[in-house]
Design a binder for this molecule. Structure first.
Ligand code: BTN
Length: 308
């Protein structure tokens, strides 16, 4: 209902749509029209009411399900949540379909990689996407790489920013972290039953207060950025990409947008630290590190710190 009403308001000739027309188009009473308008106003949509009808003056940068067109039934919007990873896992275990999204304004216990916390205050974009690729677990890294590649391409296209991917799945602008990703999956009879990709993107928040080496999109562009536009662009692009018959092109394409290769890096895992030159990413997404003694070390996971 909200989606239809907003569509009428945005497409109204001259910007104004009468209560009578809304009531006719939506098949509801005039009183009901007014109640729906009031609800939208309470949700921060600025709608002016006059004797001739209603006019939408401004819409919030909202991530409400009805803002996402045909995706509406797949969007699970929560003003506040412990972690979207947890909610998405519960939904996936209950059978939520692929491309379901759990998105929250705030997370009370946002999770980062390697057991770290992810500060998730208002203004950022925090969501987990449920994927259902019917592939063996060894192939899932391509999906995470596809996600970071698609997001970088959307940021470049929509905002014109110089976003780059850093192995394994961070996104940086001016060498500062703007986005982190976290993947979680369940496997059944050798095949992935769900792969949840959690994405935390600094948009209109101020992450530098807690994480000095991070940056938000609004700080780069100098003005507020629409989270909805980024999320929608990302979902559309990723869905198109994942519908292709094979994903062999993902890692080669990802390599064209990375900041990691040909750089000296330090890799820190939970048990070890390695230093060397990042020379390549193999087809499974592992980083090939050339150590000081010229031997090659394959690294499957870890934190990657760029050295000067
Ligand atoms: C990282 O450490 O770089 C990964 C950060 C991932 C954060 C996102 S925010 C949405 C989703 N929910 C979480 O609790 N974590 C991920």
């Amino acid at each position: 209902m909200k989606q239809k009403l907003l569509k009428l308001l945005t497409s109204a000739a001259g910007g104004v749509v009468s209560g009578e027309e809304i009531s006719r188009e939506l098949g509801i009473s005039r009183v009901s029209v007014w109640k729906h308008i009031k609800k939208l106003q309470e949700l921060d949509y600025q709608i002016a009411a006059s004797p001739v009808g209603y006019r939408l003056l401004a819409a919030p940068d909202a991530l409400y399900p009805w803002e996402f067109g045909e995706r509406e039934p797949l969007i699970h919007y929560l003003p506040e949540v412990e972690s979207t990873m947890l909610t998405a896992k519960q939904l996936a275990q209950k059978g939520a379909p692929g491309f379901s999204v759990v998105v929250a304004e705030k997370q009370l216990k946002g999770r980062g990689r390697l057991q770290r916390a992810w500060h998730s205050e208002q203004g950022g974009l925090y969501f987990t996407l449920i994927l259902r690729p019917s592939v063996p677990a060894i192939m899932v890294s391509r999906y995470s790489f596809a996600a970071s590649l698609c997001l970088v391409l959307v940021l470049q296209k929509e905002l014109g920013v110089e976003a780059r991917v850093k192995w394994p799945n961070d996104i940086l602008i001016n060498e500062k972290k703007v986005c982190g990703m976290l993947a979680e999956m369940e496997v059944e009879s050798d095949l992935v039953s769900f792969l949840n990709i959690g994405i935390g993107l600094n948009v209109n928040n101020n992450p530098g207060l807690k994480e000095p080496n991070s940056i938000a999109l609004a700080q780069v562009t100098g003005k507020p950025v629409s989270r909805k536009r980024i999320l929608e662009g990302f979902l559309n692009r990723l869905e198109t990409e994942l519908a292709l018959p094979a994903l062999d092109h993902i890692i080669p394409q990802w390599k064209q947008h990375t900041i990691t290769l040909n750089r000296k890096v330090r890799i820190v895992t939970t048990t070890e630290t390695w230093e060397g030159l990042a020379v390549d990413i193999d087809e499974d997404g592992a980083l090939l590190l050339q150590l000081q003694d010229q031997t090659l070390k394959k690294v499957y996971y870890g934190d990657c710190f760029l050295q000067n």
